[in-house]
Ligand binder design. Sequence first.
Ligand SMILES: [Zn+2]
Ligand SMILES: [Zn+2]
Length: 281
Amino acid sequence: MRIDCHMHTPLCGHAIGHPIEYALAARDQGIDLITITCHIPMEWEDFGQAGIRMAPEDLKQYLEMVAEVAEVASDFGVEVLCGIEAEVFPDETHMESMDVVLAAYDFDFVLGSLHAQCPSYLGWLKRNKIKDDAMKIDSYFRHLKDGAESGRYDSLSHPDVIRTYGVVSHFDPREHETVIREFLQSVVDADICMEVNTSGLTKGDFEVHPDPLILDWASEMGVNLTMGSDAHKPSSVGQHFESVLGLLRARGFRDLHYFRGRQRHRIDLPKPQDAESGACF
Ligand SMILES: [Zn+2]
Ligand SMILES: [Zn+2]
C-alpha cells in the first residue's frame, strides 16, 4: 500500500488543480490513499490570509468538495481522506479561533505546522528579542515540542522548515541535537507522528524535511512517521517518494502511518516500485 498524506487545493489561493486531478495523479503512481490537507483558516492576518489560506466560510465547501472527490476516486481505487494543515504557534491566544474550527469539523487528519517564515512567527521572534540563528532554531523546536504535547495534532509537518525561506542563514542539526531530540521524544510520548515531507527536495537546500540526520535520531528513538508530498499541483503528488522511501529504509524505518477519523493506521514501508509498475518519478 502507498500513501500521500499532505496536499492542497486551490481554495488556499496558491495551489492549482482540482482535487480530482490530485487523486488521478495518485492513481497513476500506484498510490492507494491520499489525504487532502488544505491550510486552516486563521483569524489573525499575520498568519497570511488571501493567497495563503481559505476563509472560514469556505470550510463547508472544502469538506463537500473532498467528499465528492472521495466518492469519484473510490471508483478508480484511490481512497481520499479529508485532513487540514493547522498551525502551531507559541501564543495560545491566537489558537482559540483555530481550536473552534478543529472542534467543529470531522477531519480525518490534523497536521501541525509551525510556519516560521510567516509574519506571525517572525514578529513573535522579534518581540521576544530572539535574534541569532541558534536561538531561533532552538525556540522553533521547543514550540514544535509544545505543539506535540498540546494534543491538537496527529503529525507535526515539515519539521525543520525553519531552515528554508531565509529565516536563518545556517542550519546544522548537530548543533541543536538536544532540543531536537526533546522534540522527537515528545512525539513518541504523545503517541503521534512526525511527517516526512518530500517538498523539501524541491526548495532551499534540496533536502527532505526533516534533514536525514534528524531521521536517524527519529529512527533510533522510535518516532512514527506520516509521509506527504505537500503537493500544490497535481504533478507534485508523490514527488520524490522513491528516493525518500529508500532513504527511510536505509535508516531502519519499516512502517508508515496514516489517519482516518483521527485514528492512526500502520502500513508496511512501501518497497521500491519495479520498472514494470509504470511509475515514473
Ligand atoms: Zn500551501
Ligand atoms: Zn506547511
